[in-house]
Design a protein around this ligand. Structure first.
Ligand SMILES: *Cc1c(COP(=O)(O)O)cnc(C)c1O
Length: 396
């Protein structure tokens, strides 16, 4: 049997390669950070990690993790409800709720699991999920696992959302779900308008703050802070794998009855291991740091503004954003790949995206800013963009 299947896979894989969509992985031999070392010996400046606050190799988080390794051991070897709950898990859940101004939190092994396990336990075929068309894959998968009726609205399009809400009026309960920041354009969901429509059409709201927690809002509390709506949405999901230290783990935080029900019925929670105590300990430390000082957010915001301003001045076409994702629009697919390759030769590690990851004719380079970047890193990247931009005729 395997021989036929092997041939089938080999031909599918060559199709992926021929379409230019084959994903290669670069191997990093240093810690994650502003400057990384690859196994080829190259050292590059990293502008494509989700390490927004530069915490991936933060000394205080590493110390907290090491101490927990000594006091709590390496792993839990259990799901939470059997014997996998440590005091550190409970403390981190409370800290996350405090951070977002919510009532309670439930941890998962990843935000992919948080989104995969949030809809099915809460909603039935009588209910409706109204989802932004550009929501993350894990939301799409979570919605698929749930029997609720599905409605989709065009990205951040409030007229379309209203239409879908009207269409869903016959359903019993309605839940609008949106990413806080969309990863390809870096645009922020218009939460004020979404909440106004939710009030008008009697719906609940869920926001996935994976790209916005730690980043958006003056103190990094996410888009609920940006729009002054802290505690006003029913459900927030997020990850510990991006701004919050970059290790692993996800969470759902929000209304206490919702979290209580998820603890009883959410399958990725009930049937999957709990996060290692050292990750929980580092997470607790992270929230404490965020509450003690706003230094990292301030630096990230200043870095983002500086980069956007200089790049715009050079004549690059940049999507407006309040996040730390900066989309440098090139439109042409091949140009985006050539540009990214040349930047890497200059020691700048970014990713070029083109169809089908972004719409046809909307190819771009995505730059992700970080509090780990120093001014000289930003200047080096901007100079490289200027050089290659002129060489390839993108700017004058
Ligand atoms: C990254 C991301 C996730 C997945 O987070 P993990 O914890 O890595 O599984 C989910 N939703 C959004 C919007 C994301 O950007």
């Amino acid at each position: 049997m395997y021989k036929d299947f092997q041939q089938h896979l080999q031909s599918e894989i060559s199709e992926i390669k021929n379409a230019g969509l084959y994903k290669n992985e670069r191997i990093i031999v240093s810690a994650q950070g502003a400057c990384i070392k690859l196994n080829t010996g190259e050292e590059v400046l990293n502008f494509c990690a989700n390490n927004y606050l530069g915490l991936a190799n933060n000394k205080q988080l590493m110390k907290a993790a090491k101490e927990a390794l000594d006091t709590h051991g390496y792993g839990m070897a259990s799901v939470r409800f059997i014997c996998g709950t440590s005091d550190l898990h409970k403390k981190l859940e409370a800290k996350i709720a405090e951070f977002f101004g919510t009532e309670d939190t439930i941890l998962y092994a990843a935000c992919f699991d948080a989104n995969g396990g949030v809809f099915e336990p809460l909603l039935t075929e009588q209910d409706a999920i109204i989802s932004d068309a550009l929501n993350h894959a894990s939301i799409i998968d979570g919605v698929r696992l749930c029997k609720a009726q599905r409605y989709r609205y065009a990205n951040a399009d409030m007229e379309d959302l209203e239409k879908q809400l009207i269409a869903a009026q016959a359903n019993k309960f309605r839940l609008i779900v949106t990413d806080g920041v969309f990863s390809m354009d870096g645009n922020v969901a218009p939460l004020d308008k979404i909440i106004a429509l939710a009030d008008k059409y009697n719906a609940m709201v869920m926001v996935d703050e994976s790209h916005s927690a730690g980043v958006v809002g003056k103190t990094g509390r996410g888009i609920t802070e940006l729009f002054d709506k802290r505690g006003k949405v029913e459900i927030i999901t997020g990850t510990l794998g991006k701004a919050f230290g970059g290790a692993v783990g996800g969470f759902t935080t929000g209304k206490k009855e919702i979290i209580e029900m998820l603890r009883q019925r959410s399958r990725p929670y009930l049937f999957s291991n709990s996060i290692p105590p050292m990750v929980a300990a580092a997470g607790i430390k992270m929230v404490e740091m965020m509450s003690a000082t706003n230094e990292l957010q301030d630096k990230l915001h200043a870095n983002t503004e500086y980069f956007m301003e200089k790049m715009t001045k050079l004549g690059f076409d940049i999507k407006p954003t309040k996040s730390a994702i900066c989309a440098v629009m090139l439109y042409d697919a091949k140009l985006s790949q050539d540009f990214a390759a040349k930047l890497q030769d200059e020691g700048i590690y970014v990713t070029g995206f083109y169809y089908p990851v972004v719409p046809k004719g909307a190819a771009r380079i995505r730059v992700q800013l970080s509090a780990a970047h120093e001014k000289q890193h930003l200047d080096k990247a901007i100079a490289a963009f200027e050089k290659i931009g002129k060489e390839l005729g993108v700017i004058k």
